[in-house]
Design a protein around this ligand. Structure first.
Ligand SMILES: OC[C@H]1O[C@H](O[C@H]2O[C@H](CO)[C@@H](O)[C@H](O)[C@H]2O)[C@H](O)[C@@H](O)[C@@H]1O
Length: 595
């Protein structure tokens, strides 16, 4: 299956990927970052999956989400009739469930199902037994139940059934996880849960304040982002998957089932600007708990409940998506210094306040500590927002975001009556600004560069006007944008940075696709520069990369014409929302900044 053949269902604690042929190939329970019980995505069916569809197995004729929900409907037209499978995960205050309702639409269709539960990322073959006509699979700490309207028969370490559905039939299957030492959970009422889940999403979408163009795409992205939030704590994962490759067949395979401060703050900006302040309040509480302690201990990412150790392991028993090995769980980037994070956190907290989030003394106390840290460390080299695994550098984007941290602190004092050493912050803000313009700008080529002294470009430089460091029509910004458009594009989309054979910026072998966030950033910059038609054209080409149910991965590889990287990716859906908003606004006048 291609990455774009998958659709997402989720309950805001975990998520599943459903393939176009009706197979659930990825599911981690009970949390996003729990070991998968279906890991076929990163190996084969032998690593766990649950297929349900017309006998003979083929791609659905059409799929869609029920409007304004995360409830998936896949339909197959067959020679004998049409059948629909409704897949969803009800938001929970109990054990997680995956519900699949088979609905006969017309005629009669022979259906089949095959269930292979493999706990611990496809490794543990469970002990399966039948109790009161239902299946229970147990392995170590995990237990799952399948409540099925048809009996499944075991053989070859899988359970299968074939049955007939006729027009008007509705057959519910429920797959429920619980800790293996606890008794079997109460069975849910599928139709009630379907109605409640639909109502919950519809109510959530009804609060969306976005009224601009491309509303359907914006709402689908917002629903996806909401689906990536971990409701019990307010944390937000970057994506629900691990190790979907940035380079098909390569080693650039990472675990994204964690809460990056960068990705989460950008996600929140998108939610807040669309009217979702509650999520901002929840995330601020999450942040305060996660980073509580000494400012020098701040991490660039945490587990969804604020866990700090995310050791990176290789799962050698999995072949990897299309042989992209290793499959990794955990992420070593947790130990990196990424100075941009301070600017992103300060900006997000500032934006939340401007949109009406209530004041919080604890938040301001922590913000002041973060600023102390920026003051002491802004002039150090770091790994930057791309989390390079090569040597640390003085990345221009990181310095710009240190400037942004101080700028938002000054504005916080000016606009919200907070106290702090604002003159010192103003002075340091100016010092950083001057140093970036001196060391991070190449006057010969009229462009900012990736890092001090380097001649390389970096798409993150598009953030310079976006965070208000310089106006979008400043000649140096115009030069930088022109250089990026000339040198960093592939098939009309923007690469993060050049990946030539002689370039060892990120310390990794192989290439990668165009990083979708960067192309959306270019849309925003073009829009604010008044290049409306070009901005629209690029935006619409980006929208055309979404799969049939509106989802984007991290990257698009023009070499293969395929989505690559983890999926669906918050970092792609967030800038989609921002770019649509930018297109809905009148171009700013001369000298205007984007904040
Ligand atoms: O490209 C190397 C790095 O790739 C991952 O980082 C990317 O994803 C993060 C989460 O969306 C994002 O915050 C970052 O900007 C991206 O570069 C991976 O997590 C890193 O471990 C890896 O070094």
């Amino acid at each position: 299956m291609r990455i774009e053949d998958y659709a997402l269902i989720g309950d805001m604690q975990s998520a599943a990927l459903v393939a176009r042929d009706g197979s659930i190939d990825w599911l981690c329970l009970p949390r996003f970052d729990s070991p998968a019980c279906f890991a076929a995505l990163l190996g084969s069916e032998r690593n766990g999956h649950w297929w349900l569809g017309p006998t003979g197995r083929r791609a659905a004729t059409r799929r869609r989400y029920r409007p304004d929900t995360l409830i998936l409907e896949s339909e197959w037209d067959t020679p004998t009739g049409t059948v629909r499978v409704i897949d969803f995960m009800p938001p929970r205050d109990r054990n997680p469930d995956v519900v699949r309702i088979v609905e006969g639409v017309s005629g009669t269709v022979e259906m089949s199902t095959q269930l292979r539960v493999r706990f611990d990322y496809g490794r543990i073959v469970p002990w399966v037994r039948r109790t009161n006509g239902h299946l229970q699979a147990i392995g170590g700490p995990d237990s799952v139940w399948l409540h099925s309207p048809v009996p499944l028969k075991g053989g070859d370490y899988a359970h299968r059934a074939t049955f007939t559905v006729k027009e008007g039939d509705r057959l519910p299957f429920v797959f429920t996880w619980h800790p293996s030492h606890e008794p079997m959970p109460r069975q849910i009422e599928c139709e009630d849960q379907l109605a409640e889940t639909e109502a919950m999403w519809a109510e959530w979408v009804s609060r969306c304040t976005y009224e601009g163009p491309y509303r359907e795409a914006v709402v689908r992205s917002l629903i996806t982002l909401k689906g990536l939030t971990y409701a019990p704590t307010g944390g937000i994962v970057a994506a629900p998957t691990t190790s979907l490759p940035e380079d098909l067949g390569g080693v650039r395979n990472w675990d994204y089932r964690f809460c990056w401060l960068r990705d989460a703050t950008l996600t929140l900006d998108a939610l807040i600007n669309s009217g979702y302040l509650e999520e901002a309040a929840d995330w601020r509480s999450w942040l305060l708990r996660a980073i509580a302690g000494r400012p020098q201990d701040l991490q660039i990412m945490y587990g969804v409940a604020g866990e700090r150790r995310l050791p990176e392991l290789r799962l050698d028993w999995l072949d990897g998506y299309e042989d992209s090995r290793p499959v990794r769980v955990g992420n070593e980037a947790v130990k990196q210094l990424q100075l941009d994070v301070y600017g992103e956190v300060m900006n997000c907290l500032y934006v939340s306040r401007t949109r009406g989030l209530s004041a919080d003394d604890r938040a301001w106390a922590i913000q002041r500590q973060l600023l102390d840290y920026v003051e002491d460390h802004w002039d150090e080299p770091d790994e930057g927002l791309w989390e390079v695994r090569g040597p640390r550098r003085h990345f221009v984007h990181s310095k710009v975001m240190c400037w942004a941290a101080l700028d938002r602190a000054v504005k916080y004092v000016e606009n919200f009556g907070r106290t702090g050493p604002v003159d010192k912050w103003r002075t340091l803000r100016d010092v950083i600004h001057a140093e970036i313009c001196d060391k991070g700008y190449d006057p010969q080529r009229n462009t900012f560069t990736q890092s001090y002294g380097s001649s390389e470009l970096d798409a993150a430089l598009l953030m310079i006007p976006m965070v208000g460091f310089l106006p979008a029509d400043d000649p140096r910004v115009l030069g930088t944008v022109a250089a990026i458009e000339k040198e960093l594009m592939s098939d009309g989309f923007v690469l993060r940075y050049p990946l030539a054979d002689d370039n060892d910026v990120d310390g990794l072998p192989g290439g990668e696709g165009a990083f979708l966030a960067c192309s959306f950033w270019l849309v925003e910059v073009m829009a604010v520069q008044g290049r409306t038609e070009e901005a629209k054209d690029l935006f619409e080409r980006l929208l055309s990369l979404r799969n049939d149910v509106g989802l984007l991965a991290e990257e698009y590889d023009p070499r293969y014409g395929r989505l690559v990287g983890n999926f669906p990716q918050a970092f792609s859906h967030v800038p989609l929302v921002h770019a649509a908003r930018a297109l809905s606004q009148k171009p700013a006048g001369p000298g205007a900044t984007m904040v």
